[in-house]
Design a protein around this ligand. Structure first.
Ligand SMILES: NC(=O)c1ccc[n+]([C@@H]2O[C@H](COP(=O)([O-])OP(=O)(O)OC[C@H]3O[C@@H](n4cnc5c(N)ncnc54)[C@H](OP(=O)(O)O)[C@@H]3O)[C@@H](O)[C@H]2O)c1
Length: 275
């Protein structure tokens, strides 16, 4: 039986990957920080799909924890066939902020961990079939702050890894979702009601399309037609227009964010990030 390792597999998009992979017969290794949520997710998935679920409580901003997850991926006795680098979180720190702690934390979780775990998977899957799915964001094509910059890194990294692994049986797919209904916005302090309703997608559709595209060997996956169209415009509009749109999105979020009133002068100077 094949085994998939999903980071951030207890909530939102990651939990939906776990659910759909379990339904198609994969055994699972779930990685997240909260051990209680990991245990209840594992229990539910085992009860619903009858598959084996292993859990690793790890904070992917911690280098020792990332190394522990990488070692699990490279455990040749219990091979991982599919890696989903999904864990991530929004943050609202200005690029010019003197304190770069939040930037370093975000980079460690959304870029460094993706690099280390992706490399571990590529080595472990060498000489056999394997799949690496990285969750980026449509913000890859925007200029909406540090989160967008991190996700642009994930997209470029994934395409480069696909090039590096050309001629092997390891597929790499990077997924660029638009807005998805998960806990992400609440955790990032972004009010969902500030976003137009028609733009929302559900994790079920995002994951179904991502898995389909990965099976087809597609390297860049933008789930749902409406976001493919928006992605096309973001890639083909003049850069100045993209920056103007990005400024509009960022300032709209600043006005809408509840943390503006709670966060004082510093946060009101920050640009809010969307997913
Ligand atoms: N929702 C959107 O609109 C949207 C759009 C585009 C892209 N994305 C991306 O999709 C991915 C999943 O987001 P989501 O919307 O599903 O968010 P979510 O519902 O908040 O879930 C995040 C998951 O990641 C885990 N996680 C967060 N920080 C972690 C850390 N430091 N170490 C280990 N695990 C960590 C969380 O569990 P613990 O808290 O227990 O660690 C949770 O399982 C992220 O990369 C996000 O940037 C989201």
């Amino acid at each position: 039986m094949a085994t998939a390792l999903v980071t951030g597999g207890t909530s939102g998009i990651g939990a939906e990957f776990a659910r759909q992979l379990a339904a198609s017969g994969y055994d699972l290794v779930l990685v997240a920080r909260n051990p209680d949520r990991l245990a209840s997710a594992a229990e539910r998935l085992h009860a619903d799909a009858g598959i084996n679920v292993e859990t690793i409580s790890a904070d992917l901003s911690d280098r020792a924890d990332v190394a522990r997850v990488a070692a699990r991926i490279e455990d040749a006795e219990h091979p991982i066939d599919l890696l989903v680098n999904n864990a991530g979180e929004g943050f609202r720190t200005a690029l010019a902020s003197a304190d770069v702690t939040a930037h370093e934390h975000a980079f460690d979780v959304m870029c460094r961990a993706v690099l280390v775990l992706g490399g571990a998977a590529a080595r472990a899957m060498s000489g056999r079939r394997g799949t690496i799915i990285n969750i980026s964001s449509l913000q890859t094509y925007l200029a909406t702050g540090a989160y967008a910059a991190n996700k642009a890194w994930v997209t470029a990294y994934s395409q480069s890894l696909a090039v590096e692994l050309r001629g092997t049986e390891i597929g790499v797919t990077v997924v660029l979702p638009g807005w998805v209904r998960t806990e992400w916005h609440e955790r990032a302090g972004v009010r969902r009601s500030s976003l137009p309703g028609f733009l929302w997608t559900q994790p079920e559709a995002v994951v179904r399309i991502a898995l389909r595209d990965a099976r087809r060997g597609k390297v860049v996956c933008i789930p749902t037609v409406r976001y493919r169209v928006l992605g096309w415009f973001a890639r083909h509009l003049p850069n100045a227009a993209v920056r103007r749109i990005s400024a509009g999105i960022s300032s709209g979020r600043d006005e809408a964010s509840p943390s503006d009133s709670a966060g004082g002068a510093e946060s009101s100077a920050m640009k809010a990030d969307t997913a």
